[in-house]
Write a protein that binds this ligand. Structure first.
Ligand SMILES: [Zn+2]
Ligand SMILES: [Zn+2]
Length: 398
């Protein structure tokens, strides 16, 4: 066991402060990774504040856009060597024997007999083995992960800018790939709705696939950034612009994670066009009427990250096309400010990435430090909190 520093939320206020956690020693198939950088995903914010209808384990160490270097390997590890640059994304285990896992779509794991739990999240989750190890994410100095759930980071990708590819990148790559953009790029009209961390990655990937890309946003201020990445811009609050884009798109991917009415957007799809959700608004969405879909054989679908094989393919695609995320690198001590920005949707077309290796140190505020501003973050009324006693076996130490 190794005791290492992390940034943990102690309760549903979501306030993060320094906290010691244990990392398991390498089992035979594990790699032990020194974390260099970790991206901040909107789902980190949702989970530290217990906004989803899933169990929440506290203290919670978020982070599933992890890049680091292998420091140790278990005796049977064959895929990675000490010193290699690696990444860990949204999940660290799955049942490995259901039809989804066999197809390499561990992200859609169905569970199997004796292992009913499905894809095992990198954090806010419990490893389904004899130890019931509570899992902590990448806002920490190190992480131990089974080699089958670790990705290789190609040499030409800058490590800080590669971190967001592990969630934001694959979240956008997978539906683009599934709906034919990689294969038929030049023939596809693609809309990317919302232009934050996910949206800007979607634009970069779809442009590299050769698609004609349009950003749909209510903020006119984002037009310049969208155009700089090679996309057109559609101001979705402008009725004239919306009318001009009727019957225009083969695929619209919505990255919006707040509440909004999606009905207005179906008229923008061509016949047999697809409207794909990748954001997870906590309060759901307002569904279209049957007419919106039936007339024109249109589809409303969702997509959730990607499997390990597809995630590696995405990283290799990014390497071939020199694509990485646009980021703002922050110190561990500034993580709460970044979360407040994210909650207020003030973040622009970039991802916050925490410089873990250089800045998670003695300067990082601990719980109760008066440098952390108290904030009144509302707790989701349906929050499911796992009582602290249930975490006792995790041998947590303050
Ligand atoms: Zn994420
Ligand atoms: Zn499975």
């Amino acid at each position: 066991m190794q005791m290492v520093d992390s940034l943990a939320a102690r309760d549903t206020t979501g306030v993060l402060s320094k906290h010691k956690i244990q990392r398991r020693e390498c089992r035979s198939n594990d790699v032990y990774i020194n974390v260099l950088f970790c991206g901040i995903c909107h789902s980190d914010l949702h989970q530290i504040r217990a906004e989803w209808s899933i169990p929440h384990y506290y203290p919670m160490v978020p982070g599933h856009e992890i890049v680091g270097v292998v420091e140790k390997v278990g005796k049977d590890v064959s895929k990675f060597k000490i010193g290699e640059k690696v990444g860990v994304g949204v999940f660290v285990d799955s049942c490995r024997s259901c039809s989804s896992c066999k197809r390499g779509e561990e992200n859609y794991c169905l569970g199997c007999e004796g292992k009913e739990d499905r894809m095992c999240g990198t954090y806010n989750c419990c490893l389904k083995d004899n130890n019931n190890e509570i899992l902590y994410g990448g806002y920490s100095a190190s992480i131990t992960v089974d080699e089958n759930y670790v990705l290789r980071i190609p040499d030409n990708l800058p490590l800080d800018k590669a971190a967001p590819l592990l969630c934001a990148g694959i979240t956008m790559f997978s539906p683009l790939n599934f709906f034919g953009c990689l294969e038929h790029g030049a023939g596809m009209q693609v809309g990317i709705q919302g232009f934050g961390g996910l949206g800007h990655m979607g634009v970069k990937l779809a442009v590299a696939m050769g698609c004609a890309v349009t950003v749909l946003s209510r903020s006119a201020s984002k037009a310049g950034e969208a155009e700089a990445l090679g996309a057109k811009f559609l101001l979705s609050s402008d009725a004239d612009q919306m009318a001009k884009h009727e019957n225009h798109f083969d695929l619209i991917i919505s990255t919006i994670s707040g509440d909004y009415a999606i009905s207005n957007f179906f008229s923008l799809l061509k016949v047999a066009g697809k409207y794909c959700l990748v954001g997870l608004p906590p309060n759901g969405i307002h569904f279209p009427t049957a007419f919106d879909l039936v007339v024109g054989r249109k589809s409303l679908v969702g997509s959730c990250i990607g499997g390990i094989r597809e995630t590696q393919a995405m990283l290799d695609f990014c390497s071939d096309h020199n694509i990485a995320a646009d980021i703002e690198l922050i110190s561990a001590k500034d993580v709460n400010h970044a979360m407040v920005d994210l909650a207020a949707n003030r973040s622009m077309a970039r991802r916050y990435v925490i410089d873990i290796a250089k800045t998670l140190n003695d300067e990082t505020p601990v719980e109760g430090d008066d440098r952390i501003d108290p904030r009144d973050w509302k707790v989701h009324e349906k929050a499911t909190i796992i009582p602290k006693e249930a975490n006792a076996h995790a041998n947590l130490q303050k």
